[in-house]
Design a binder for this molecule. Structure first.
Ligand SMILES: Nc1nc2c(ncn2[C@@H]2O[C@H](COP(=O)(O)OP(=O)(O)OP(=O)(O)O)[C@@H](O)[C@H]2O)c(=O)[nH]1
Ligand SMILES: [Mg+2]
Length: 858
């Protein structure tokens, strides 16, 4: 007795029988010998009844003659209007299948004429029903997550897992998929045929039909495979949409609760039928079999994005990459997948080999950094734990992954490192799970962003700001180092003040002597001389000896070595300094001390607190602190950007689940890129370059090696030219960050842009009155002149970029010390990437996201 529903997926794909109903066929376990069983499901189901497609609740037999047929109880939240042709149960009453032996009232699949649902009138009723109860429906939808959505088999001991796998392994993976009706006018909802190109819509990941927010849940039901029409369930996705899997649009987010959205997105990413068709995945030149894909996806360290394409895999080391490219990941080693690795797999040209593959330039640099001698183009064997050995020699050259600093250098070179838990035991690394279906394929593609600029342009401030903004924590020992640095910086600033104080003291003495010389009669009036003799800049003996020793240490260049260790011993003296009249008088004249950095004031105003033992730097202190990035100017971090509420319809059109998108921000100082930025090819796989320019550098100069005075803005322009024309960066997207806008506002009034030759024709049409006087509207005027200045500089760079590359440069004005400003610039960078992506798709005739669709960002 008893038939079994074999799967939550219909075995034969739902076929559209007529305009109003879908006929869904289910097949049964072997003991069932009866005719096929099918259900007629009205096309215009109220949303809740859509659950029927996932066969909610338990199947129980219905005795229809000699047959026992499974029965599905649809989960209904509210009383729907009864449909004839489909039994709508009373509470707990079953909705019976269509099949031989069922009663006529159940609606045989071959007696569709019995179904009055097919009449226009009834369809109309359904529309009305939905409209009048829309609010209620919203409540109901939010309760979705509380419902049972999976099939429970009546005889659980008869597990179907094996059959399921067998079925998938025998079926061709690449099935013909349904397509949306091409006759439906663009912009219209494919169900209600209403709306326009501005209507928010969600599209089916199989057929690409687009539905408005009123229709989407009706058409997609419970979404057991993610965003698919009920009729598309069981079909493979449109491969062009693979990148979008698990990334939800605004429409669903407004209709479902957060948890429910997450659940649907997880179904979408992890269900078997949505996985990449294995025959289109090549590893070391060979197409994969289903078992090989299974092995790859369930191993301990699987490839991050296994989409159709050609990959190479070094089975010994676990290095994995796209054919013709350097490695992008270290996956579990020793997996028996694909063919043997080819010598030219990664298109390397260094003649040095690792496990038979000629490595890329970046890998060669990494080996050199790890202290491995690569002279004479040797061939190495490298195992999964990084043990390196030259071919034919018994001598071990050490473990690459254990070399200090290897992670930073790999980030710098855009090379992968194995995860920390990439354990020494090969078996454990190779260890594979077996349940592909339940495995969550949490794909997070990494967008790489390179932040580069001249020294002092503010790259460091922007990098730290991003770290704070996107909550990438500073590690404990990192904080400790920062604390020491801030404290030694403080003593440096104090030493500059003390140096100034010495000068002021001397000047004052000269003044006294001059006065005495000018007024010889004063010497007769003893009291006056006494008054004049008191030099307010003189320090007490104790403070004087502190000043002498501090200046001595600074002169010797040992400040950072000496002071962090003894800073607490001097904190009492710092306190005394802040009570000393002469020191306070010097502090009041700090603007006259050109060597005192602007940021010094921020720390000096809290000198006593900062020099104390209990001081812990705040995020803001870290942001303002100079010299935190490593000495070679290279830093890298990964982060994700939380989604922000849409501001415009444009934003709302494609609200992805932003936290899923990961970014790597690599910050490098242009000075470290070598002559003509030759090291830039290490960053050839970045997606976006943020070039940072200090807006106030137009009147700054520095002396080059040939003792020429170089304008810093012109130097920045030269570096920019080198970067944008570098062969590795052809066709890369650039966002110009014009930083320190706050300082430009102050500076542009007193120092016109024309001080830089490049800006000789700057003429903002501002009256001389605006330029010169301090009217009450001064700030406003400063701001508008600065705005002109910004626009003008942006236009100069845009023209330069367009002349050299023939493309468009994106520009953003930034204040590196303000979180919102940096956040906006980085988000703008992400938008640029999205636009370009969409544009490329459009140009290449790829119809994945049509421009009229709500999902478009443009
Ligand atoms: N007022 C103001 N100061 C800024 C801004 N951006 C950066 N700064 C300051 O300008 C100085 C130079 O900026 P950094 O971030 O150190 O720039 P960098 O020289 O590229 O980075 P490093 O090489 O690590 O020093 C620092 O003191 C920053 O605090 C800004 O937008 N406004
Ligand atoms: Mg700096």
């Amino acid at each position: 007795m008893g038939s079994l529903l074999r799967s939550i997926l219909p075995i034969s794909i739902p076929k559209k029988d007529d305009d109003d109903e879908y006929n869904v066929e289910y097949s049964f376990a072997t003991e069932y010998t009866g005719p096929p069983v099918s259900y007629n499901i009205p096309k215009a189901l109220p949303i809740d009844v859509g659950c029927i497609s996932t066969a909610s609740i338990v199947s129980t037999p219905v005795n229809s003659g000699n047959l026992s047929l499974p029965v599905i109880y649809p989960v209904l939240k509210r009383e729907p209007k009864p449909f004839s042709g489909l039994i709508v149960p009373e509470a707990n009453s079953p909705c019976s299948p269509v099949g031989e032996g069922s009663t006529a009232s159940l609606g045989f699949s071959d007696s569709q004429e019995n179904s009055s649902l097919s009449s226009d009138k009834d369809c109309h009723e359904i529309e009305e029903f939905s409209a009048s109860e829309e609010d209620q429906a919203h409540h109901d939808i939010s309760d979705y997550e509380n419902r049972t959505q999976a099939v429970t088999f009546r005889e659980p001991e008869s597990s179907t897992t094996d059959q399921e796998e067998t079925r998938y392994s025998h079926e061709p993976m690449y099935q013909e998929r349904p397509h949306a009706d091409p006759n439906i006018k663009k912009g219209l909802c494919h169900r209600c045929l209403k709306g326009n190109r501005f209507t928010l819509k969600e599209s089916c990941i199989v057929c690409d039909a687009k539905y408005c927010s009123k229709c989407v849940l009706r058409v997609m039901g419970a979404m057991p495979e993610g965003r698919k029409c009920i009729t598309c369930i069981g079909y493979p996705i449109n491969e062009l949409k693979r990148r979008r899997l698990g990334r939800c649009s605004k429409v669903l987010k407004t209709l479902l609760t957060d948890n429910r959205v997450k659940q649907v997105m997880t179904f979408e990413k992890s269900c078997l039928v949505n996985q990449a068709p294995y025959s289109l995945i090549f590893v070391n030149g060979q197409p994969l079999t289903f078992d090989e894909v299974l092995l790859l996806q369930t191993c301990a360290y699987p490839p991050k994005r296994l989409v159709p394409g050609s990959y190479w895999y070094d089975k010994m080391s676990g290095l994995w990459g796209k054919e013709g490219h350097k490695p992008c990941q270290v996956i579990s080693p020793s997996l028996i997948v694909g063919g043997s690795i080819m010598e030219n797999a990664s298109n390397g040209n260094t003649k040095v080999k690792i496990n038979g593959r000629v490595i890329s330039k970046a890998e060669l640099l990494m080996l050199k950094f790890a202290g491995i001698n690569c002279k004479g183009c040797p061939h190495f064997w490298v195992s999964h734990d990084g043990s390196c050995q030259e071919e034919g020699q018994n001598q071990m050259k050490g473990k690459i992954w254990e070399k200090p600093g290897i992670e930073t250098i790999c980030a710098f070179l855009s090379l992968p490192v194995p995860p920390k838990s990439f354990i020494s035991s090969e078996e454990e690394v190779v260890n594979n799970g077996s349940q592909i279906v339940s495995k969550k394929v949490d794909v997070k593609s990494l967008t790489k962003i390179l932040l580069v600029g001249q020294d002092q342009s503010g790259t460091s401030a922007i990098y730290k700001q991003a770290k704070i903004l996107y909550k990438v924590p500073f590690l404990d020992d990192e904080r400790q180092k920062i604390k020491s640095l801030i404290q030694s910086n403080l003593y440096l600033y104090i030493s500059i003040l003390l140096e100034g104080l010495k000068q002021f003291e001397e000047d004052y003495s000269i003044q006294i002597r001059k006065k005495l010389a000018d007024q010889p009669s004063t010497s007769a009036a003893g009291g006056s001389v006494k008054n004049i003799e008191k030099n307010i800049y003189s320090l007490s003996t104790e403070l004087q000896s502190f000043s002498d020793s501090l200046l001595q240490v600074v002169k010797s260049g040992n400040l950072e070595v000496v002071f962090p260790d003894v800073s607490y011993e001097y904190s009492g003296l710092v306190e005394k300094l802040w009570k000393d009249e002469g020191f306070l008088a010097t502090y009041a004249r700090r603007d006259e001390l050109s060597t005192l950095p602007m940021v010094a004031e921020y720390f000096l105003s809290r000198a006593i607190e900062i020099s104390s033992m209990t001081y812990e730097p705040s995020d803001e202190d870290i942001l303002y602190a100079d010299g935190i990035t490593s000495s070679n100017g290279l830093a890298s971090m990964e982060y994700s950007v939380p989604s922000s509420p849409p501001v415009t319809f444009m934003d709302a059109t494609e609200q992805n689940d932003a936290p899923l998108q990961r970014y790597q921000l690599i910050r490098v100082n242009a000075g470290n890129l070598g002559n003509n930025c030759k090291w830039l090819d290490m960053f050839e796989d970045v997606d976006l370059i943020l070039y940072c320019v200090d807006l106030t550098s137009y009147n700054e100069f520095h002396v080059d090696n040939n003792m020429n005075l170089i304008n810093k803005m012109l130097e920045s322009k030269n570096i920019f030219e080198n970067i944008i024309t570098h062969p590795s960066f052809i066709n890369k997207q650039f966002l110009l960050i014009l930083n320190k806008f706050d300082l430009l506002e102050k500076q542009i009034i007193t120092t016109p842009l024309t001080q830089c030759d490049w800006f000789h024709d700057f003429n903002p049409f501002i009256t001389s009155y605006t330029y010169n006087n301090g009217s009450s509207d001064n700030n406003k005027n400063n701001s508008s002149v600065a705005q002109y200045g910004f626009q003008y500089i942006a236009a100069k760079f845009k023209k330069l970029f367009s002349d050299l590359t023939g493309r468009k440069l994106y520009v953003s004005s930034v204040i590196g010390l303000e979180a919102d400003s940096v956040d906006a610039a980085l988000r703008y960078g992400n938008d640029v990437l999205t636009w370009i992506d969409e544009e490329n798709k459009h140009i290449s005739g790829n119809n994945e996201y049509s421009f009229e669709s709500s999902e478009t960002s443009l």
